[in-house]
Write a protein that binds this ligand. Structure first.
Ligand SMILES: [Zn+2]
Length: 257
């Protein structure tokens, strides 16, 4: 399984920067988890091939480029962009984003090939197929209904926490997978900001350490979703935990599992 966390910002030389305001993870250049920066930083191959976007939740940093991704492809789509989300997420998108006031309601529009958007609802906690992948959704603890996913091809499974604070189900599911090849887990704020992390339901390194104690299976762990303003502090606090197989997921790098 090929996996890439797309960049969402550029540095002073115009190159991709590690500062991550927005989140999109592309799997095998075909399926995206979240569309925070998908339209802004996907490769041409990804733009041509990604037609399935699985949403963890509807916070803006996870959907910000979804309208532009569809807009960009509007005339050329020969099949709709499929948005996989719970019914509640789909209602929020239609009410608050694709409402003509913020952006066009693409679900009411067609191009010369037909529909440009198709909503594909999933039940919270269900398992569903997306292209060549089997996806287990796991509700996690965040300010809105949010999900982590365990994504499996025929060889390996990779867990992605999405945005969450402390949680149980995700780790139970990870522990049940013999083919678990990697776990991507969020850690948004440094320890000092534990209160804000609690209020916004994210993790800090001290909580991450408690969370990883629930992972009973040896698998490399990659930290994602570091708030850019605190990135360096979160990295040094994660390193100071002295946890074995834990690294920060590098923005833009292509990982093969
Ligand atoms: Zn969120």
């Amino acid at each position: 399984m090929k996996l890439q966390l797309l960049p969402s910002t550029i540095d002073e030389n115009g190159r991709a920067s590690a500062r991550q305001h927005l989140l999109s993870i592309v799997i095998d250049d075909k399926v995206a988890i979240d569309a925070g920066c998908l339209a802004f930083s996907c490769s041409n191959e990804q733009r041509e091939n990604v037609r399935d976007i699985i949403l963890t939740h509807t916070h803006l940093d996870h959907i910000a480029s979804l309208p532009m991704f569809i807009d960009d492809l509007f005339a050329s789509l020969t099949s709709p962009v499929r948005i996989h989300g719970t019914r509640q997420m789909i209602e929020i998108l239609e009410r608050d984003i694709f409402n003509w006031a913020i952006y066009p309601r693409f679900s009411e529009l067609t191009n010369s090939y037909g529909k440009v958007v198709e909503y594909v609802p999933f039940e919270s906690g269900s398992r569903f197929e997306v292209k060549h992948l089997s996806v287990q959704s796991i509700p996690v603890n965040h300010k809105v209904l949010a999900h982590g996913f365990i994504v499996s091809d025929e060889r390996v499974s990779v867990a992605v926490s999405g945005d969450t604070t402390t949680t149980e189900g995700l780790w139970r599911e990870c522990n049940s997978r013999d083919d678990l090849a990697a776990v991507l887990v969020e850690c948004a704020f440094p320890n000092e900001m534990k209160e804000l992390a609690g209020a916004s339901q994210h993790l800090v390194p001290a909580l991450l350490s408690d969370e990883l104690a629930k992972l009973e299976r040896p698998a490399p762990v990659f930290v994602i979703n570091l708030k850019p303003a605190y990135r360096e502090r979160v990295i040094s606090e994660v390193r100071a935990l002295g946890l074995g197989d834990v690294e920060i997921l590098e923005v833009g790098r292509i990982y093969e599992f």
